[in-house]
Design a binder for this molecule. Structure first.
Ligand SMILES: [Zn+2]
Length: 344
């Protein structure tokens, strides 16, 4: 089969690899029908040291179960399924409390040991705790939105929950990538009255407004902080969704939260420390968040997609084939595309 490998910064290749196959009796074999490239894939795309081995890529996918081990009970051959960006057993202490990204027997896709979603097929460990069946066919009109349950919609939702978005409150979203845009959807869905999008790319801003953003701040750094403060009577936002991960975004986020407010961070941190510890201490700002347990949110968010209340699939503004994946990385890295979907 063919799959995507990254050999170093700006070195993504689609190559023949050994066919995915069942190993454990709790595995499923999934033939991928849709996948995508993630903003978090761009961190190694810009920084990975050259390697002769290559890392298998992709952690967001939808596909059809081709085979299942003897102990798999919840999905069967022929089911269309969506996979979360981390696999999990569904039964351990953390899974039963809805934190599947800390599963004691789970892990992450790709790397040098496991298949990734940007390939023709995937061996799915812990299939019962990982996969969720979709009640539609593989070419359903809402497939792009259903694919976002793998990561960005669930991650935006996690940012909103971590930032304690409440009905009637003011939410600010730092980052106009796919996760930030889904964060706008999530904040609106949870009842935020005002949603301030911090971003500057015109097409992304337009989508943010379509998703429910009421205000846009296109300045950066101290000017952005001043602008959000001005928009909130000098007080700051109740809830801030940090959807980028680098230090400047986090510094902005903690400085636009009002006293007693909360920052929900879902951007993978690119620095070891969180800025302005003293200021946030005196303001009683809660800083929460981490890798979203999107598996826990799939059943809650799916009806909103199927019944047309939310359209997170609009974040996909480019579609490619597997062979077009290297160019998809380039396009996302150059901000020519918000998010690239791969059709098989
Ligand atoms: Zn678990």
């Amino acid at each position: 089969m063919k799959a995507t490998l990254m050999y170093g910064a700006h070195d993504v290749r689609v190559e023949h690899v050994p066919d995915a196959r069942l190993v454990e009796t709790t595995d499923a074999l999934v033939r991928v029908t849709r996948a995508c490239i993630c903003g978090s894939d761009l961190w190694p795309y810009n920084s990975m040291p050259a390697s002769p081995i290559g890392n298998r890529m992709g952690h967001e996918f939808v596909g059809i179960v081709e085979d299942a081990g003897a102990h798999v009970r919840t999905v069967k051959k022929g089911d269309l399924v969506v996979a979360p960006f981390a696999w999990s057993d569904g039964t351990c202490e953390f899974c039963t409390h809805g934190l599947q990204t800390s599963c004691l027997h789970g892990g992450w896709w790709g790397g040098t040991e496991l298949d990734g979603g940007q390939g023709e097929a995937v061996r799915v460990p812990q299939a019962d705790g990982t996969l969720v069946a979709l009640p539609v066919g593989p070419d359903h009109a809402l497939m792009a939105s259903l694919l976002t349950l793998s990561d960005v919609m669930g991650t935006g939702h996690h940012a909103a929950l971590s930032a304690r978005v409440q009905p009637g409150g003011i939410t600010a979203v730092v980052g106009d990538g796919a996760v930030g845009l889904c964060g706008v959807i999530a904040a609106r869905r949870l009842g935020a009255e005002r949603i301030i999008m911090l971003g500057r790319h015109p097409e992304r801003i337009a989508l943010a407004r379509a998703f429910g953003a009421t205000d846009v701040v296109s300045e950066r750094g101290d000017d952005a902080i001043a602008q959000v403060r001005a928009l909130t009577g000098g007080l700051g936002a109740h809830s801030v969704l940090e959807c980028v991960g680098h230090g400047e975004a986090m510094r902005t986020a903690v400085n636009i939260a009002r006293p007693g407010g909360a920052v929900g961070r879902v951007g993978v941190p690119q620095e070891e420390t969180i800025p302005d510890a003293e200021a946030t201490f005196y303001a009683n700002v809660t800083i929460a968040g981490g890798p979203a347990p999107v598996r826990a949110y799939m059943h809650e968010l799916m009806p909103d997609i199927l019944e047309g209340r939310i359209e997170p699939g609009r974040v996909f503004d480019r579609v490619t084939t597997l062979d077009g994946v290297p160019d998809g990385y380039r396009a996302m890295n150059n901000r020519e595309a918000i998010k690239v979907m791969i059709e098989f």
